[in-house]
Design a protein around this ligand. Structure first.
Ligand code: IMP
Ligand code: MG
Length: 176
């Protein structure tokens, strides 16, 4: 159990299950993107651990780059802004696969896909470790569909904290 500012988070997805799920996502990608010119675009900072594990299981050759968008402060959503851009010349004509940690409202992903489409990719796919709010139609590959509550761990944070937790934890409803 994890405590933060009178909020309690309980263990939700074990690291072993995360790894198994990532292996199965990688197997699908290995089938679907063999012989393609793939550029993975990791969305910083949340997707890093997912990305490292995923790429370890990819068998075709690929390139990668990063994009950073900021939106959250504490546990609330704010304005979206681009903090770090990919190199446009790497995106041109590539089969781009966006790697996200979680899709919640889908706004971040809409912002990112719109941005990348302007850079002339050959194709654009999305893989997300977690999905909330029935956002399945927003991505091509995902790990777990989860309850609509805040989660931390395995890259997911509150104010940059808790990314280091090996398991994923979910916020407990407040008792009153
Ligand atoms: P969206 O724009 O609402 O889809 O939010 C997507 C982004 O918000 C993700 O890339 C995460 O960085 C962050 N986010 C959304 N939900 C959570 C959560 O439960 N825990 C930690 N970060 C989250
Ligand atoms: Mg994120």
């Amino acid at each position: 159990m994890i405590k933060y500012k009178n909020k309690v988070f309980e263990k939700y997805i074990d690291n072993k299950d995360i790894s198994l799920k990532i292996k199965s996502i990688a197997e699908k990608l290995n089938e679907d993107f063999e012989n393609k010119e793939v550029l993975f675009v990791g969305i910083l900072s949340g997707s890093i651990r997912f990305m490292m594990n995923l790429l370890e299981n990819i068998k075709f050759s690929y390139e990668y780059d990063f994009l950073k968008v900021s939106s959250y402060k504490d546990m609330n959503r704010g304005e979206l802004s681009l903090e770090l851009n990919v190199n446009k010349k790497y995106v041109n004509n590539k089969d781009v696969i966006i790697i996200e940690d979680i899709i919640d409202s889908g706004k971040t992903l809409d912002f990112i896909t719109k941005h990348l489409k302007l850079m002339n990719p050959n194709s654009l796919n999305v893989v997300s470790l977690l999905i909330k709010n029935d956002m399945k139609s927003k991505c091509n590959y995902y790990g777990f569909e989860i309850d609509n509550k805040f989660v931390i761990g395995y890259g997911l944070d509150i104010n940059n904290l808790f990314r280091d937790l090996n398991h994923i934890y979910i916020k407990k409803d407040e008792e009153r």
